[in-house]
Design a protein around this ligand. Structure first.
Ligand code: CP
Ligand code: NVA
Length: 303
């Protein structure tokens, strides 16, 4: 495993090992101990889009493992693939650092980096996928549900990058997922088929959020307007109106259902403040687990 670009590139065993390592390192760090396995190593972090969780959690994870993180904005380097070809950036960076993580618009940018870099490349979100988020989500589900296999997720909202990575994780790790989206915003059929090839019928689609949550262990939502879609904001908000995670929707779900959101949350749109702040919500445990999963990922790829 050189890179971490897509959950579907990994074997189920590798994902399980990463989850195990995440839990072990989480325990170790909570006890005040440290594993300085990345001492003297550097990670370049390229960001074409804003970030709170990904940027800070990767930076802290590197520092806590004894390494160093370098934050790079596109304007610092003349854009990704603009001032110079991505393949040249990849080979130059490989001479300086021990790992590259990138948050880009096009998924091609991270695959091109990975093809030409001789050091590991990590996908920190592209328009197509968000694998680090999905693995932190699975870690959170394991902690709150006591298991992964057979857990039922109702994903309410846009069939976007976050939904896609979660669907792939369900396929690899035998979880069930129903994606409830308005017509035209579904998760694409090819991604659903890819998930279902690894675990038959694990991901399905509906346009009815109430049906989706009926026997869910987890209700998951994300923004209706992803980074880069700001021009479609009005249209999207109108289309997703009936797909809000609110108290009314929760009446159709089991009382102890857990609420997840990758954050940032837009209260009053995809989720109400009431539900986000309710006892059912585990979204801050979920945010914390970005750090714990990525610590394990960095250790696995960079040692
Ligand atoms: N969930 C997530 O990736 O958050 P950021 O965009 O703040 O990194
Ligand atoms: N789907 C969102 C996720 C943000 C973490 C986006 O791409 O903006």
């Amino acid at each position: 495993m050189k890179d971490f670009l897509c959950i579907n590139d990994c074997a189920a065993e590798q994902l399980k090992e990463l989850l195990q390592e995440s839990s072990e390192l989480k325990k170790l760090y909570k006890s005040g101990e440290r594993d300085l396995c990345l001492s003297g190593k550097s990670l370049a972090m390229l960001f074409e889009k804003p970030s709170l969780r990904t940027r800070i959690s990767f930076h802290v994870a590197m520092a806590e493992l004894g390494g160093n993180a370098i934050y790079v904005k596109p304007e610092d380097i003349g854009g990704i693939g603009k001032r110079e070809p991505i393949k040249d950036m990849a080979r130059v960076l490989s001479r300086y650092v021990d790992g590259i993580m990138a948050r880009t618009f096009e998924h091609y940018s991270v695959t091109e980096l990975a093809e030409f870099a001789t050091v590991p490349v990590i996908n920190a979100l592209t328009d197509w996928s968000h694998p680090c988020q999905a693995m932190a989500d699975v870690l959170t589900i394991q902690e709150h549900c006591g298991k992964i296999e057979g857990v039922k997720i109702a994903y309410i909202g846009d069939g976007n990058n976050v939904a896609r990575s979660l669907a792939f994780a369900c396929g690899k790790l035998d979880m069930k997922m129903v994606v409830a989206s308005p017509t035209g915003y579904d998760l694409d059929a090819e991604s659903i088929q890819a998930a279902n090839r690894t675990s038959a019928n694990c991901v399905s689609q509906t346009n009815d959020p109430r049906e989706a949550v009926a026997n869910a262990d987890i209700i998951y939502t994300d923004t209706w307007v992803s980074m880069g879609q700001e021009d479609e904001k009005q249209e999207r908000r109108a289309s997703f109106e009936d797909f809000q995670v609110n108290a009314e929707l929760l009446k159709s779900a089991p009382a102890n259902v857990k609420i997840m959101h990758c954050l940032p949350a837009h209260r009053g749109y995809e989720i109400t403040d009431e539900v986000a702040e309710s006892d059912n919500s585990i979204m801050f445990d979920q945010a914390e687990n970005r750090l714990h999963f990525q610590r394990a990922l960095l250790k696995k790829l960079m040692t």
